[in-house]
Design a protein around this ligand. Structure first.
Ligand SMILES: Nc1ncnc2c1ncn2[C@@H]1O[C@H](COP(=O)(O)OP(=O)(O)O)[C@@H](O)[C@H]1O
Ligand SMILES: C=C(OP(=O)(O)O)C(=O)O
Ligand SMILES: [Ca+2]
Ligand SMILES: [Mn+2]
Length: 637
């Protein structure tokens, strides 16, 4: 019998097969079977015992507890002042009265308020409007578990999937628009005030203080103020997560996002053509989101900021995935959305540095982000096991459809959108390279999903060709027409990221050329799109084949193979690649209608030529000869 009166469940089964319960006795008094008494007088106290205090909210350390408490109070005060300043509207000097914690957890609020007012900080003063008297509770850098609870309690369409991910809906917008950068200051301020007033009107806002860029010398501090737990968890996953110590010394952010995505912009405001607006102000180091809850806006908005800040330091910002082999060979994967950056950089045989946004500086490459944002449409465990396994507790799963009872996700479902996504911390990929930095790239792979089906599955590029295709930034998506007939639609997006670049495309191209030359990197063009015909008659190149091609690039075996040149685009294509049927390496072989092939090839060549027209009068870097070569590196017909 247990001395303290606990209940023991006996191993001997009773007559009905269930374990026999031995009720403990003390001093001959039979106790009830509710177990040891807890040190609580009320149910609230009992609940409070459940939770152990932890960093970063109360980092009280050992014998220095008293001292640490004082520092902690000061630190909290400073932090709240900083957040209040972030939320200040333009008509007031300070922001709302911010309080840490969830207003729903009533027991916390008075303690926090009295604790802070002791420091003469939360004494309400009559200000210009009633809104200034209002408290806004700040949920500061909550953990994924806390954010799950907030989302499930308060946000419609939030559920736990069978694998433990947080399934959410982004609302009416399920994809990205393009951000406004060239609007006037006044209009920005109108939108900023609208977003800030909206956020201040809420009982609680989420604040994330995090970092961007794994290169410690070029890291920036970002603050994200948002109204939804979904947005807070998304950024928790996508940005670099500070340690408790780093958070303690965070100070003032370098850049702040105000995400008021549930609230529309005012369409009577100058420049506003819809109720959606994503505005970047580099001078104020702020971004304002109104009218769209698509979380990708935040990540790509910050990426634009990096495209401005990094080149000023001679660091090239890249819209690319990046991984590294066991021998330290680094590859970059450029490409527009859906071309395979995330899929192909997530490679079980290599170390993942990042799937989407990188910097290339003096010492090598660094990932800007702390997480990945994978497309989930038609995701399969067999073809993409690492991404599949990353969809677990902590991961945000956007706009997917699942069984209402089992919460099993059907990744083939496009009912909400085709752009279903998973956002997870990079360490959810087993072979992530932490810290996410690596040496200078050896291979620069340009990905195009050519739905016309005329680009070869792989071509080796010289430097001029690499620049030509980098500046062109081609891919072809499949868009539905009014008739419902789907046909390929060419997209050209300079530097594979026209929406994010802040300088003229040739500036980034010149930097890339210089770095590739200096470090002896080889350029490749890989078509992850159609083979055997355009969309409709041909089919998408098997992922398994593309992986074999990529393997051959990494290993160096493709560099030393035999090549021949294609007509029109003048691309060097290999005669053979291990594990890939040789006949598919030249697309003409895969088309049964050779005339249709030639017509389609010339059609695409024409689109390339038209697109490049705007660049013909630009010099690329200081090298006049390279500029000439680049202009000659396009299709000839
Ligand atoms: N041959 C292929 N190569 C790369 N991706 C392919 C291929 N065939 C099909 N896919 C699919 O195309 C999508 C590529 O998307 P993703 O890797 O997220 O692109 P990005 O990161 O460039 O936006 C994935 O859903 C992937 O499964
Ligand atoms: C987040 C995005 O990036 P990608 O599709 O390149 O992964 C996006 O385009 O919305
Ligand atoms: Ca993209
Ligand atoms: Mn991606």
């Amino acid at each position: 019998m247990a001395a303290n009166g606990e209940i023991k469940v006996g191993s001997a089964a009773g007559r009905n097969g269930l374990p026999k319960i031995q009720t403990a006795r003390q001093n001959g008094i039979c106790h009830d079977d509710s177990g040891p008494t807890v040190k609580a007088q009320t149910i609230d106290e009992l609940h409070s015992l459940q939770k152990k205090k932890s960093a970063p909210n109360t980092p009280i350390k050992g014998a220095q507890a008293a001292f640490a408490t004082m520092c902690e109070e000061d630190r909290q005060k400073q932090q709240l002042q900083s957040i209040s300043a972030s939320l200040a509207s333009l008509t007031r000097e300070t922001g709302p009265k911010v309080v840490k914690g969830d207003p729903a957890r009533k027991s916390e609020t008075p303690r926090q308020v009295s604790h802070v007012s002791h420091h003469h900080y939360f004494t309400p003063t009559i200000d210009v409007s009633d809104s200034a008297l209002k408290f806004t509770h700040v949920l500061y850098n909550l953990s994924p578990a806390e954010l799950y609870e907030q989302a499930i309690k308060n946000e419609h369409g939030s559920f736990i999937s069978s694998s433990g991910a947080l399934a959410t809906l982004s609302g009416a917008k399920t994809g990205r628009g393009s951000p406004n950068i060239e609007m006037d200051e006044h209009t920005f301020m109108v939108n900023r005030e609208r977003a800030v007033d909206y956020l201040n009107s809420l009982d609680k806002v989420f604040v994330n203080d995090q970092f961007l860029n794994w290169d410690p010398n070029n890291q920036i501090k970002v603050r994200i103020v948002s109204a939804r737990a979904y947005h807070s968890l998304f950024m928790h996953n996508m940005c670099i997560r500070p340690t408790p110590e780093e958070l303690e010394n965070f100070g003032t952010p370098d850049f702040t996002i105000y995400n008021a995505g549930q609230f529309p912009c005012n369409r009577y405001t100058h420049y506003m053509t819809s109720s959606t607006s994503v505005d970047l102000n580099l001078g104020r180091r702020e971004m304002v989101i109104l009218g769209t809850q698509y979380a990708g806006e935040m990540k790509k908005g910050l990426f634009s900021v990096m495209h401005y800040l990094m080149p000023k330091r001679q660091i090239l910002s890249l819209h690319s995935g990046c991984n590294m082999g066991r021998d330290g060979d680094v590859a970059l994967f450029f490409g527009l959305s859906g071309t395979g950056k995330t899929t192909l950089s997530t490679d079980h045989n290599r170390f993942l540095i990042g799937d989407d946004e990188h910097c290339w500086g003096e010492d090598g490459v660094s990932n800007i982000e702390g997480g990945c944002y994978a497309k989930c449409i038609d995701l399969s465990k067999e073809k993409e096991p690492d991404i599949w396994n990353a969809i677990k507790f902590g991961t945000v799963l956007e706009n997917v459809v699942f069984d209402e009872h089992t919460r099993e996700v059907d990744y083939t479902e496009k009912t909400v959108t085709e752009n279903t996504r998973a956002a997870y911390p990079i360490e959810y990929i087993p072979n992530a390279k932490i810290p996410c930095v690596g040496p200078h790239p050896k291979n620069v792979i340009l990905l195009a999903c050519d739905a016309f089906g005329v680009l070869p599955p792989v071509s080796k590029l010289n430097l001029a060709q690499t620049m030509y295709h980098f500046i062109s930034g081609y891919t072809a998506l499949v868009a539905g027409t009014e008739d419902g007939i789907k046909e390929p639609q060419a997209t050209f997006s300079a530097c594979f990221g026209a929406a994010f670049i802040m300088l003229h495309p040739t500036k980034y191209a010149a930097m890339l050329a210089a770095k590739m030359q200096k470090h002896g990197a080889t350029g490749w063009l890989v078509n992850t799109g159609w083979s055997g015909g355009s969309y409709g008659s041909g089919s998408r190149i098997k992922l398994a084949y593309t992986r074999k091609i990529i393997d051959a690039i990494h290993s160096g075996s493709l560099l030393n193979g035999n090549y021949r040149k294609t007509e029109v685009f003048g691309l060097e294509i290999p005669i053979e690649v291990e594990g890939v049927p040789s006949e598919i390496l030249d697309p003409v072989n895969t088309w049964s209608n050779k005339k249709a092939y030639k017509e389609t090839l010339l059609k695409l060549a024409g689109l390339f030529k038209n697109n490049f027209e705007v660049f013909v009068n630009h010099k690329i870097g200081k090298d006049g000869k390279l500029t000439e070569e680049i202009l000659g590196a396009g299709p000839v017909f």
